[in-house]
Design a protein around this ligand. Sequence first.
Ligand code: ZN
Ligand code: ZN
Length: 292
Amino acid sequence: MNSDDNMEMVHPYQGRTLVITTQHAKESILRPILANHLGINLVCTTGVDTDLLGTFNGEVRRVGSPTETAIQKARLGIEATGIPIGLASEGSFGPHPQLPFFNADQEIMVLVDTERQIVIEESVVSTATNVGEINVASIEEAEEFLAKSLFGTHAVIVRPNCTSDPHVIQKGIVDRYALSQTIKQYAGISPDGLAHLETDMRAHLNPTRRKVIEAAAEKLAVRIRAQCPECGTPGWGVVDVIMGLPCEGCAEPTHLVHKEILGCVKCRFRKVTSRSDAKKSAPAHLCPHCNP
Ligand SMILES: [Zn+2]
Ligand SMILES: [Zn+2]
């Protein structure tokens, strides 16, 4: 606890029970984090089929943005339990938005509060991901892929490479013998003789992804804890940035963040502050004037 915590009033979520919608054991990641930061008691929904909102491997196509999907998921848990405040998260995997040669895992996490009619959102983008896919005729051809995918501690999904039936699929495979047999079987029924392997990104089978979800949960908990100085609503935090951090050499504006704009999710109160890392100038090698 720092001195700020001591001065704060009791947080409105302190001691409250919130619900998380998940089929993949995310509650065990979030429960201790929300308990530590906010004194929240987290329960998990049972019997809500989040796959109806889409699956990673395209059996059910996702509609809407990851944020919209996460909000929909949280609302399903709220409706199923009658608990008015719910959480959910949504992962996306693919090329990094700023570093196209790296794959990334973006985890979006939301809190939906139907009492205050607010949504609090945080996200983390991490290059720590094993996401990948390959087509092979046998397990021997997949060795490099399996090593890179951390197969064994992480699961894979297999299906025939060419198939019109999305239900011919084996998910959650962590056993080498089972994998070898499934590749053989599916390569045998695929017209091109290949089985399609991909990393299973579901949270309970992917420890690398669980770490990224944990980071997103930490970030969200910090944001939930921060209350609007004007109306007290939880979720106060950075909503926008102002670019143009001055160069250390020539003081001209660069393409780096100069100021952060903090905002409320309820009353639209805004406040401009310095960068949270207290950086006052940009290195000259990133300056378009000094280093064009
Ligand atoms: Zn400069
Ligand atoms: Zn406010």
